[in-house]
Design a binder for this molecule. Sequence first.
Ligand code: GAP
Length: 513
Amino acid sequence: MTQEELFKVLVAHCKEYGFIFPSSEIYDGLAAVYDYGQMGVQLKNNIKNYWWEAMTRLNENIVGIDSCVFMHPKTWVASGHVAAFNDPLIDNRDSKKRYRADVLIEEYLAKIEEKMDKEVAKGKKRFGDAFDEAQFRATNPNVLREKAKYDEIHNRYVKAEQANDLQEYKQIILDAGIVCPISGTANWTDVRQFNLMFSTTMGSTGNPDLDKIYLRPETAQGIFVEYLNVQKTGRMKIPFGIAQIGKAFRNEIVARQFIFRMREFEQMEMEFFVKPGTEMEWFKKWKENRMKWHVNIGMGEENYRFHDHEKLAHYANAATDIEFRFPFGFKELEGIHSRTDFDLGNHQKLSGKKIQYYDPETGESYVPYCVETSIGVDRMCLAVLSHAYAVEKLENGEERVVMRIPAPLAPIKVAVMPLVKKDGLPELAQKVVDELKYDFAYQYDEKDSIGKRYRRQDAIGTPFCVTVDHDSLVDGTVTVRERDTMTQQRVKIEDLRALIDSKVSLTNLLRNL
Ligand code: GAP
């Protein structure tokens, strides 16, 4: 199965097992808007808990808030979103499809990179242990030809991005021979800027311009406008952070990758306020800290990488992404930015309120600098789900679909099943449920054969299945079957809680950080 096919199968699986549904599906759905079902919401909540506790409990100097989606419209003038929260869009006249010009170019460059990697892989196979990758890349004519193509387009693209040169974007697309994947033609319109903010009206002046209000495109501004309140009421001393989880809205031009790019999504953002001049040190610390948080989940260190930004936003003096290996390649999962005093400084200017920190030790007052960590909850769900999905051949020739979701994030931690629906087994199974339900999300299942019940739990990623059988009535033990290894062991009912907890506990995950 190609990665693309696997992705399609994953989307279908997410729907079939209650993780994620297209929004308003009975009306044929709404593009790039998705609902979380009974399994998805628990996965999402577990991810949010892991992030929230890691931020606000493990760091004495980070507190959390919950600000509103609606904010004063001047917020978005100060933040620069009204003027510059744009994507360059381009239409293909034949297919009538709309694309992001920058994404078309980036995908073209990624394809060249793929070609070079394939050449290298062939070389590796041919030369075996004697293979010297650096030398191969520096001398192989096929790689050199692709590299020259890559460098030429890449250099022009970086310059066009920096100069915000929309005409040059189009010229690059034409020169590189990029065609519309639907029509196959290069019949492109000019590139235009498109503002991604959703707006609505609030109030009753009857003048839509006066009443215009935006749905926040990031949660961060809610933190900046509450900076003074939190700092004062919490008696926070710099350096300190404010964390928030909440919805954000963007009218994305291209929204084709399931929950990777949505129009309504959720962010987990933390703004860390520091003394000017110390921001690079904190930027480095937060890069390390956030990578550790990811790797700690256990989805393989090799599936993450940093990608430093070549073009810095006008307010940033350093920026990097943590990328994850999604089924469609390495893509941004989280952004870490050193945002200087841009946001607080602009809110100070536009509101006329003094937003400064008085340092009692030095007697100085200053607008703090800020290092931001920002991750999408939905993208994190996609990372977990796409990494977890596996189809395995069993010894008896059958197949099983198993979601190897890291146990502390799994929606259901344990399934309790009586072997048969009689002989007092359901009653004893209910007692087991009573023993476990205060600590773990569980399912009780007595329908179908045990094999079928195991398959159902594998498909939603339940780490443990507990079967109550006739021996259980005699000796008070049950069979515990583990999802990944499918191994089974007899365990006393009173020991179940500790055994399950040792694998699924969020506390243990946090302790490892
Ligand atoms: N406050 C900074 C900020 O919003 P961003 O890079 O635009 O930065 C941060 O977004 C994170 O939010 C991304 O790394 C991604 O995980 C998530 N995100 C952004 N746009 C998204 C979308 N349309 N759908 C889902 N997640 C999105």
